[in-house]
Design a protein around this ligand. Structure first.
Ligand code: GRF
Length: 208
């Protein structure tokens, strides 16, 4: 059984998709051990409580220094024997000490087809604003392993979503969540939990 930590900063619809997929049996061999947020007001924490899993608030602001926060985050993961860290709308930079400890065991969902519309400053609605400004006809979502760069880790799974001429950043965001994010994030977790995802020289292969 894979112990998951899901790290969130906002509404937590991706967290909800993971919880629903565990309940429906779409994800097997995994359970959510803890949901961690930097944001006290994150509705994702409420979703965790309602689901009956630990909701842990760890805000960099309430620690004397960033180093102490970083060590506390690492300790929280280690104490709970976490196997896979899932970043589901987590707006805090994951510290190098955590990335080193959990190499190829941290995944992130990004709402575009990487390498488009990603990197520093590309989060939330900005991603979709940039996609619409560029006039792309297809966008989508990507699940990738997390390395020390921003959105640069090995790509695990992607799903395209058509852009419509009348789209606003909000409508595109919603369609990408519904048609891509909430599907590929649970799917990836299930594949990892069942030992089907392999990384070789930064290229991911998935067993059939
Ligand atoms: C999603 O669009 C995800 O791709 C991005 O942050 C957003 C989180 O949304 N990384 P939610 O909190 O899961 O609703």
């Amino acid at each position: 059984m894979l112990n998951l930590a899901v790290l969130v900063s906002g509404g937590g619809t991706n967290l909800q998709a993971i919880m629903d997929a565990i309940d429906s049996g779409e994800i097997t061999n995994a359970n959510i051990k803890v949901v961690i947020s930097n944001n006290e007001g994150a509705y994702a924490l409420e979703r965790a409580r309602q689901y009956g899993t630990e909701a842990l608030l760890l805000s960099p602001k309430s620690f004397p220094s960033r180093d102490v926060f970083n060590e506390s985050l690492l300790l929280a993961l280690k104490e709970r024997e976490i196997d896979l860290v899932v970043l589901a709308g987590y707006l805090v930079v994951v510290p190098p000490c955590v990335i080193r400890e959990y190499e190829n065991r941290i995944i992130n969902i990004h709402p575009s087809l990487i390498p488009s519309f990603c990197g520093k400053g590309c989060y939330g609605l900005h991603v979709h604003e940039k996609a619409l400004a560029k006039g792309v006809k297809v966008s989508g979502a990507t699940v990738h392993f997390v390395d020390e760069g921003t959105d640069t880790g090995p790509i695990i799974m992607q799903k395209p979503v058509m852009v419509e001429q009348t789209d606003t950043p909000e409508t595109l965001q919603k369609r990408i969540m519904e048609q891509a994010e909430w599907i590929i994030l649970p799917k990836t977790i299930d594949l990892i939990a069942n030992g089907k995802v392999h990384v070789n020289d930064r290229v991911v292969t998935i067993d059939e």
